[in-house]
Ligand binder design. Structure first.
Ligand SMILES: CC(=O)N[C@H]1[C@@H](OP(=O)(O)OP(=O)(O)OC[C@H]2O[C@@H](n3ccc(=O)[nH]c3=O)[C@H](O)[C@@H]2O)O[C@H](CO)[C@@H](O)[C@@H]1O[C@H](C)C(=O)N[C@@H](C)C(=O)N[C@H](CCC(=O)O)C(=O)O
Ligand SMILES: Nc1ncnc2c1ncn2[C@@H]1O[C@H](COP(=O)(O)OP(=O)(O)OP(=O)(O)O)[C@@H](O)[C@H]1O
Ligand SMILES: N[C@H](CCC[C@H](N)C(=O)O)C(=O)O
Ligand SMILES: [Mg+2]
Length: 486
C-alpha cells in the first residue's frame, strides 16, 4: 500500500486540500483508467485538457487529484494538490509509486533523430551476451531478460515506464537501455529517472509538426543532457554539428565518439559491403555484421558506452561482431533470380539519404536501385517533399506510396511528396497508393542484381488508416513476390 504522503515526496505543490494520510491504490493521467482509490493527475494535452476530466475521474473513484488549476467545484472527500506543471508532477509521483526503480538499475538513455532503436537494441543484446540480466525499452518492443512486452511508444508514459523499470528490478536486471524521444523529454516522461548515462546519435529534420522549429527540437534533446546527474556519463557524436552543443550545459562526465573529428572513441571504416563492415576501432580490426556508414557510428557508440560501463574490451568486440541489431533496419533478402530486397525504417530525409548512399557504396556494379517509399499521415508535413526529392535523386526508379496515412488522404500525402521532386527526375517517379501493389510493381520492374529498397515501415506489422490498423509487413510482401522471381 502506498500513502499519498509517500507519493508526493519531493513534490513542489502550492496548495493541499485534504489529508496526506490516505492510501492510494493506483495513479492515472487518463480518467478512463481510474479505479476506486486512485490518484488522478490532470495534464493539459495537445488534443484536450485533462482538467476537463477531473469530474469524471472522481465519479470513477479518484480520491486525490493533482492539477494546475483548481476546478470550480471541489469535492470535500477528495484531496486536491495544486502544482505548476502536472506533467512534471506525474513523472515524480509515478517514480515514487513504483519505489524509484531507476536508481536500482544502471539506466542508459539514447536520444537523437536516427539510430536510437539500433543503439539501444545492440546494447541490450551485447550486455545479455556478456552475461548480464538486462531490460530494453524501444520503438520495436520492450524486453526484460528475453521476455517480450509489446511497446506502443518509443518512450512509454511515466506510469508504464516506471512500472516496467520496477519489473526489471524485480527480475534482477543490472542494466536497462532505453530510447529517449524528443516528445518524451518535452512531456517530462523521463523526468525523475536516475540515469547512469546518456548517448546522443545525431540531429536532423523530423517532428517539426510537434516542436515547430528545429531550435526547439534541438532544445528538447539537449534538455535530456542538461538533466543528467554528475555521476552519469554523457556520450556525444563529435561528427554531428550539434554534438557538442548537446553537452554544453551538462554536468555529466562528457565523452565523444566519431569517425572524422577528434574524439575519445575513434573508428575508421576499412571495408563496407553487403556482408558487413570492417572497422579499425580503438586500435583493433574487427568485422561486424551490420552494414553501412551510419551503422559504423551506431557500433562505435555502443562500443564506447560499453567501455564507459567498464566492460572488457576484447569480450565486447567479440560479442558485438556477432550482433545484427533491431528488426527492420537494413534487413535484406535475395530472390532466386538474384534481385535484392532491403527493408529499412528510414522515415526522415537524413535516414533515406544514408540508406541510399550506403546502397550506392556497396553495390558491385551498375545495378538499378528501385525505391518504394511513403510518408506518415498526421506527422511533420515539411519532411514529405524532401524525402521524395532525396529518394528520386538517389534511385533509378521511385514508387511513391502510402505509409500509415492515419486521418489523411493518402493521395494528398503523395501529392505533397511529388512537390519536392525535380522535373528532371519526375520521369522515373510513379505513384501507386496501394503499398502492396507498389512493392509488387517494384519486383516486376527489377532485373537480376537490381536492388529494391522498401523504406519507412521497417519492423511495423500494420498499415494505419482512419483509426484502423490492418496487418501489413514489408518483408512478408517482398518474400511473397520474391518467390515468383525465378
Ligand atoms: C503528440 C503526443 O505525443 N501525444 C501524447 C500525449 O497525448 P496528448 O498530449 O495529445 O493528450 P490528449 O489526448 O490531448 O489528452 C490530454 C490529457 O487528457 C487525458 N484524458 C483524455 C480523454 C479522456 O477521456 N480522459 C482523460 O483523462 C489524457 O489521458 C491526457 O492525459 O500523451 C499521451 C500519453 O502519454 C500519449 O499517448 C500521446 O501520444 C500519441 C498517441 C502519439 O502519437 N505520440 C507520438 C507522436 C509520440 O509520442 N512519439 C514519440 C517518438 C517518435 C519518434 O521519434 O520515434 C514516442 O516516444 O513514441
Ligand atoms: N546513426 C544513424 N545515423 C543516421 N541514420 C541512421 C542511423 N542509424 C539508423 N539510421 C537510419 O534511420 C532508420 C531508423 O533507425 P532507428 O530505428 O535505429 O532510429 P530511431 O532513432 O530509433 O528512430 P525513431 O525516432 O523512429 O524511434 C534506420 O532504418 C536507418 O535508415
Ligand atoms: N516514430 C515515428 C515513426 C514514423 C514511422 C512511419 N512509418 C510513420 O508512420 O510515419 C513517428 O511516429 O513519427
Ligand atoms: Mg526508435
Amino acid at each position: 500500500m502506498r500513502y499519498l504522503s509517500d507519493l508526493i515526496d519531493g513534490l513542489a505543490f502550492t496548495e493541499l486540500q485534504g489529508s496526506a494520510d490516505v492510501e492510494i491504490t493506483s495513479i492515472a493521467f487518463d480518467s478512463r483508467q481510474v479505479i476506486p482509490g486512485s490518484m488522478f493527475v490532470a495534464v493539459k494535452g495537445t488534443q484536450v485538457d485533462g482538467h476537463d476530466y477531473i469530474g469524471q475521474a472522481i465519479k470513477k473513484g479518484a480520491i486525490a487529484v493533482i492539477c494546475e488549476d483548481l476546478p470550480a467545484h471541489t469535492a470535500a472527500e477528495v484531496d486536491f494538490l495544486m502544482v505548476a506543471d502536472s506533467a512534471k508532477a506525474l513523472s515524480l509521483v509515478a517514480a515514487n509509486f513504483y519505489g524509484n526503480p531507476s536508481a536500482q538499475l544502471k539506466l542508459v538513455g539514447v536520444t537523437g533523430t536516427n539510430g536510437k532503436t539500433t543503439i539501444a537494441t545492440l546494447l541490450y543484446q551485447l550486455f545479455r551476451d556478456l552475461g548480464y540480466k538486462a531490460g530494453l525499452l524501444s520503438t520495436v518492443e520492450n524486453q526484460i531478460n528475453g521476455q517480450v512486452i509489446p511497446s506502443t511508444h518509443t518512450t512509454p508514459d511515466p506510469i508504464e515506464l516506471n512500472r516496467l523499470l520496477e519489473e526489471m528490478v524485480t527480475q534482477g536486471c543490472d542494466y536497462c537501455f532505453m530510447e529517449v524521444s524528443s516528445h518524451a523529454v518535452a512531456q517530462h516522461r523521463v523526468a525523475n529517472l536516475h540515469f547512469s548515462g546518456g548517448v546522443f546519435t545525431n540531429l536532423t529534420h523530423d517532428h517539426l509538426d510537434y516542436h515547430k522549429t528545429f531550435d526547439s527540437y534541438l532544445k528538447a534533446k539537449k534538455a535530456f543532457f542538461d538533466g543528467l546527474p554528475k555521476s552519469a556519463f554523457a556520450l556525444t557524436n563529435s561528427d554531428d554539428k550539434n554534438g557538442n552543443i548537446m553537452l554544453q550545459n551538462s554536468q555529466a562526465h562528457r565523452k565523444t565518439y566519431g569517425l572524422k573529428s577528434m574524439a575519445d572513441y575513434k573508428a575508421r571504416i576499412l571495408e563496407n559491403q553487403f556482408g558487413g563492415l570492417l572497422l579499425h576501432i580503438d586500435n583493433e580490426e574487427v568485422w561486424f555484421k551490420m552494414v553501412g556508414t551510419f551503422n559504423a557510428y551506431n557500433l562505435l557508440a555502443v562500443y564506447a558506452t560499453a567501455m564507459l560501463l567498464e566492460q572488457d574490451k576484447a569480450k565486447t568486440l567479440t560479442s558485438l561482431s556477432k550482433l545484427t541489431g533491431a528488426e527492420g533496419r537494413f534487413e535484406y533478402i535475395v530472390a532466386p533470380n538474384k534481385v535484392i530486397g532491403i527493408v529499412d525504417y528510414a522515415h526522415t530525409p537524413d535516414a533515406v539519404q544514408n540508406v541510399l548512399s550506403t546502397i550506392h557504396d556497396i553495390r558491385k556494379g551498375n545495378e538499378k536501385v528501385i525505391t518504394v517509399i511513403g510518408c506518415g499521415g498526421d506527422r511533420d508535413k515539411t519532411k514529405r517533399p524532401i524525402m521524395a526529392r532525396v529518394a528520386s535523386e538517389w534511385s533509378d526508379k521511385v514508387i511513391l506510396t502510402s505509409d500509415n496515412p492515419r486521418s489523411e488522404d493518402p493521395a494528398q500525402i503523395i501529392k505533397d511528396m511529388i512537390e519536392g521532386v525535380d522535373p528532371a527526375f519526375k520521369r522515373h517517379t510513379v505513384s501507386i497508393v496501394d503499398r502492396r501493389e507498389a512493392i509488387k510493381t517494384a519486383c516486376m520492374l527489377a532485373n537480376p542484381g537490381d536492388i529494391i529498397l522498401v523504406a519507412g515501415k521497417g519492423h511495423e506489422k500494420y498499415q494505419e488508416s482512419h483509426g484502423v490498423k490492418s496487418h501489413f509487413d514489408d518483408m512478408e510482401e517482398l518474400e511473397e513476390q520474391f518467390k515468383l522471381l525465378v
